[in-house]
Unconditional design. Structure first.
Length: 233
């Protein structure tokens, strides 16, 4: 499917948050997916994910939460309005079916996708790749978000949409226990959660480099597309 893309931005209070926008080349409206980067900031990899989603029939935006041209210098500068304003901006785009928006996040962005789902009850689907979801060491770096230090997964109770997670068994950056603990919380609060653990696979298995794993990449992407189409189309 032909796609169109552009670099754009949206306003969050007095700040402009840059983002990469990609959409099918047609009038729509189309379901939409927000792509959330991890600790290394927005990279060409995230733009490629947005393009791949657009070829599957989704509008996709990948905001730069920090680094690069973003006004936020690091995760700890992220405010809820950065999230809610971006969500609202996306829903106003003519090509977007406003009631069919989901998220896909990578590493710390996977954890952030979950907190966005808790903040934005209209979220229809969440995909977390090797997500850093725990407290401490993960979501505690978002001091402006309403997280409960005494109950790290308390925010999960606010999520009303299904979640799909992927993790490598040999992840040396984010332990697969983060996904297993997320699953425990989802069962506790009645949130639908399916996950896949890939034996012998490390972190960042979808990105080019020494951790890349072809089977895990291709299998997870096929499952991701099927999941998003099931819940957003």
């Amino acid at each position: 499917m032909p796609v169109v893309e552009k670099s754009t931005s949206y306003r969050a209070d007095d700040l402009e948050i840059p983002c990469f926008f990609c959409a099918p080349a047609g009038e729509g409206p189309y379901p939409a997916v927000i792509v959330l980067h991890g600790s290394d900031g927005f990279k060409p990899n995230h733009a490629q994910i947005a393009r791949s989603l657009a070829r599957e029939g989704f509008v996709a935006i990948a905001p730069t939460w920090f680094g690069g041209k973003s006004p936020r210098s690091h995760w700890d500068g992220l405010h809820p309005v950065d999230i809610t304003a971006g969500f609202a901006w996306l829903e106003r785009q003519p090509a977007v079916a406003a009631q069919r928006v989901g998220m896909i996040g990578f590493s710390r962005g996977g954890g952030l996708a979950l907190t966005v789902g808790a903040l934005m009850p209209q979220t229809q689907a969440i995909v977390s790749y090797f997500g850093l979801t725990s407290w401490p060491g993960g979501l505690e770096e978002f001091p402006h978000l309403a997280l409960n230090a005494s109950d790290p997964y308390d925010f999960v109770r606010q999520i009303s949409c299904p979640i799909l997670s992927f993790h490598g068994e040999k992840d040396t950056v984010v332990s697969m226990e983060d996904t297993l603990n997320l699953d425990t919380a989802c069962r506790k609060y009645g949130v639908r959660h399916n996950y896949v653990i890939y034996p012998g696979v490390n972190h960042s298995f979808v990105w080019p480099g020494d951790k890349y794993h072809r089977h895990a990449h291709e299998d997870s992407w096929q499952k991701t597309v099927s999941f998003l189409k099931k819940h957003l189309f």
